[in-house]
Ligand binder design. Structure first.
Ligand code: SF4
Length: 142
């Protein structure tokens, strides 16, 4: 089975603050599969560490151009987040994984919760939104 996983869940140093979290213990049972890590924000040419970012409103509004992603300095970085999400989707369509495991609470990867105006809110990050609206691949999150 092929599984694509948000890279930071695997302990890879891609988080905005440059702090590595240990591999999520809930992932261990999946690791005897073919694992393909991916990080949408790095695909969007954002460095690690980087300034933290939030969504102005839900992901649909950012894709359709009425909302934006802004960082803690107030800079609009919607382009980077959309580029990262679309590049992730291209990779997913190419790899055709059986399962995608996403990092909860992220403005990119959050599946049930994301970050809007610096608050944890129910909803999808931009990459999760594109995946759910353009593929039928099963997604779970931690
Ligand atoms: S949550 Fe997603 S975008 Fe953020 S560091 Fe992890 S893989 Fe990258």
């Amino acid at each position: 089975m092929k599984i694509m996983i948000s890279s930071c869940l695997l302990g890879i140093n891609t988080r905005y603050n440059g702090k590595v979290k240990p591999i999520n213990p809930l992932l261990k049972k999946f690791l005897n599969n073919i694992i393909i890590p991916f990080c949408p924000e790095q695909f969007g040419c954002l460095k690690t560490p980087r300034i933290k970012a939030t969504l102005s409103s839900n992901s649909k509004s950012i894709i359709d151009g009425s909302g934006c992603v802004f960082d803690d300095s107030g800079k609009d970085i919607s382009f980077n987040f959309i580029k990262g999400a679309t590049t992730s989707l291209e990779l997913i369509k190419s790899v055709k994984p059986n399962l995608i495991i996403l990092k909860e609470d992220s403005p990119s990867c959050g599946l049930c919760f994301t970050n809007i105006n610096w608050q944890k809110k129910r909803g999808m990050g931009i990459t999760a939104y594109l995946i759910k609206n353009n593929t039928n691949i099963k997604c779970i999150s931690f």
